[in-house]
Design a protein around this ligand. Sequence first.
Ligand code: IMP
Ligand code: MG
Length: 188
Amino acid sequence: MSTPAELLSAAQIAARVDELATEIIKDHVPFQAAPKEDAAPLLLVSILRGAFVFTADLIRALKTQGLDAEVDFLGLSSYGDATTSSGRVRLTRDLDTDVKSREVLIIEDILDSGRTLNFVKTLLVSRGAKSVQTCALLDKPSRRKVAVEAEFVGFSVPDAFVVGYGMDVAGLGRGLPYIGTMPEDDSD
Ligand code: IMP
Ligand code: MG
């Protein structure tokens, strides 16, 4: 894999993750510093594999700011090894947690065509979640094929294939601490 050109630095990402945690806490009054005794904790549903790094940082930012969230993981795949969507969403790992009557926040690395998020929202609502919101680190609005939006967005980005901070190109690059764009000849 050739070296990606930096789009968002590690410091920019860290600062935005802290801001997102603040926005989420403001929006979830029952989960603020003094939560109601009987309120079930907010459940983060992290979409594997791309969102695992973002989720790890966000859950710590939330805890640091006073919100102790639960987390579970949903494995989904819409890309094979290619950088263009197959258009199909496949469930590769299900949740262990029963979402019935729970307040759920989907954690996604990047909102692209919207097919993955649409699939997850429909699934969680059909399982009886009390509320379903989404926090996407990146949004590529120009690529949308399905009308779906995230309540919390880290950065809106142009239509370029990105890698790093959990996101991969053909399985590699997830460990890059920053988010970069791939040179043209690597991204087809
Ligand atoms: P959607 O279903 O088209 O919205 O695609 C969402 C998923 O595609 C994301 O969760 C990512 O895993 C993947 N994806 C979309 N764009 C990129 C990209 O630029 N780099 C890496 N993965 C991407
Ligand atoms: Mg993903």
